[in-house]
Design a protein around this ligand. Structure first.
Ligand code: GDP
Ligand code: GDP
Length: 451
């Protein structure tokens, strides 16, 4: 599990600036769930060798009225799901009544919290942030998020204590120079497949899990966990062992409002990180929504294998089905490595076949690929279509080997590889996919300069 860091503060203190800095990647994958979560943003983040999830809670002041109260409640829910809260204030604006109101709110939470004074660039930090001690925190950490100043110290300070509780947050770089160790691969091949079932609220995740497990199992897994805990359900199918990661919280529904309550993006992100294969459920009746695309973005970023299930495929007229299929083709072209199933969780139609694709995806992601095969494919690709000339010299790929699995990582060594245009990299990726006949898993290619 990865720890969750929530950024809290009134509007304009610099939360999204810090969020962007922490999620960093140019193609930052941000789940913006309008409606359900208001303007909260979620992103997988990396700082040095640590991975975590960062949540920008949107602006709250603690003094909301009317409609804003509901928004604030959403933000407070995000705080509830966090392991650490960074409470941001604006060093330029100084202490405001909203900061004081919000601090009062936050003090009621028993949670690790840090007070962070942002925008200290060009200020005498110590004297100009002294006022913030009135908020009752033991220290006022100073940063300039826009310039990156102090951010490194801040994150070291915040993340180091979490390492004991979240050993998984440490990013262990696979040794790329050598081939992926056989023992490690064998372990992967013989472990139960961790299958996360994810999707936005009401797509039919619970119905599907009930269908898979058979009704009698449901009550057994009535877990008292918090909203952000997934339920892990071991099961066996066709002689293969699985661990279902249930993000829907299949259990007796006690409250009317449970449908909304049980959905949590943090939980979904955690489940994806935890899994080998993700089964993303889409609602046929709603088509591909922005929320689906956000979740897909997270799956792609994680490198996990993927199977898509279009649910509620029952009772639709033929022309409606055709229309939906056309839309899916149009909008899901970028995940054409994944199998797409049309199912009815309610009636059980097509559910059995899902597992064939899950197995296929996992096998593709963990099949041993040796150096000579990878190098041969690389040479074939190079023969069919030469890399371009850069400054009059041809980019030269020399050999390839495996650098990881789930997802398969192919490491290519050669000269001037950093100059390869993206179009050629895509060509290589597709070439490998076809040659290796992988299905359901993305492939990553890394380039290494020199022999
Ligand atoms: P949010 O509403 O809390 O998400 O705040 P934003 O991240 O949108 O920032 C609000 C404004 O403060 C923007 O104009 C930022 O450029 C500015 N800002 C953010 N961080 C810094 C900083 O470290 N120094 C300065 N001088 N301005 C900053
Ligand atoms: P979750 O929030 O993703 O767990 O969704 P649920 O499993 O609670 O389902 C939400 C609603 O969709 C419920 O009313 C289900 O009965 C309905 N539903 C789920 N699967 C199907 C299906 O395959 N066909 C139809 N017609 N309705 C479905």
């Amino acid at each position: 599990m990865l720890p969750v860091v929530a950024l809290v503060g009134r509007p304009n203190v610099g939360k999204s600036t810090l969020f962007n800095r922490l999620t960093n990647t140019r193609d930052a994958l941000v789940a913006d769930f309008p409606g359900l979560t208001r303007d909260r943003k979620y992103g997988p983040a990396k700082f040095e060798n640590r991975a975590f999830i960062v949540v920008d809670t949107g602006g709250i002041t603690g003094n909301e009225e009317g409609i804003d109260v509901a928004m604030a409640e959403q933000s407070l829910l995000a705080i509830d799901e966090a392991d650490v809260v960074l409470f941001l204030v604006d060093a330029r604006a100084g202490l405001t009544p909203d900061d004081i109101g919000l601090a009062e709110h936050l003090r009621k939470q028993s949670k690790a919290m840090y007070l962070v004074a942002n925008k200290v660039d060009g200020l005498d930090g110590d004297s100009e942030t002294a006022d913030f001690f009135k908020l009752g925190f033991p220290e006022v950490l100073q940063i300039a998020a826009a310039h990156g100043r102090g951010v490194s110290q801040l994150m070291t300070h915040v993340l180091t204590p979490l390492e004991k509780i979240f050993p998984d947050m440490e990013i262990v770089e696979v040794e790329r120079e050598e081939e992926y160790p056989d023992a490690k691969l064998e372990r992967l091949q013989n472990s139960p497949i961790k299958l996360a079932i994810v999707g936005k609220p009401n797509v039919g995740k619970s119905t599907l899990i009930n269908r898979i497990l058979g009704e009698e199992r449901v009550v057994v897994f009535d877990s008292p966990g918090t909203t952000r805990d997934s339920i892990f359900i071991p099961m066996k199918r066709d002689k293969r062992e699985y661990i279902l990661i249930d993000t829907a919280g299949v259990r007796k529904r006690r409250k009317v409002s449970e449908t909304v309550e049980k959905f949590s993006i943090v939980k979904t992100l955690q489940a994806i990180e935890e899994s080998n294969v993700v089964l993303l459920v889409i609602d046929a009746r709603e088509g591909v929504t922005d929320q689906d695309l956000s979740l897909l973005g997270f799956v792609l970023n994680s490198g996990r294998s993927l199977v898509l299930a279009v649910n509620k495929w029952d009772g639709l007229e033929t022309h409606v089905k055709e229309e939906i299929k056309r839309e899916l083709d149009r909008r899901l072209g970028f995940v054409d490595f994944a199998r797409l199933h049309f199912i009815s969780a309610l009636h059980g139609t097509g559910v059995g076949h899902l597992f064939e694709s899950v197995q296929e995806a996992y096998n593709s992601a963990t099949v041993r690929i040796n150096t000579s095969v990878l190098t041969q494919i690389m040479e074939m690709a190079q023969d069919d279509h030469q890399p371009p000339l850069i400054h009059g010299r041809r980019v030269k790929m020399k050999y390839a080997h495996a650098g990881g699995y789930n997802p398969p990582v192919i490491v290519i060594h050669g000269n001037q590889l950093k100059d390869l245009p993206d179009s050629y990299k895509r060509y290589l990726m597709n070439y490998y996919r076809k040659a290796l006949k992988t299905m359901g898993t993305p492939i990553r290619i890394e380039f290494k300069e020199g022999a």
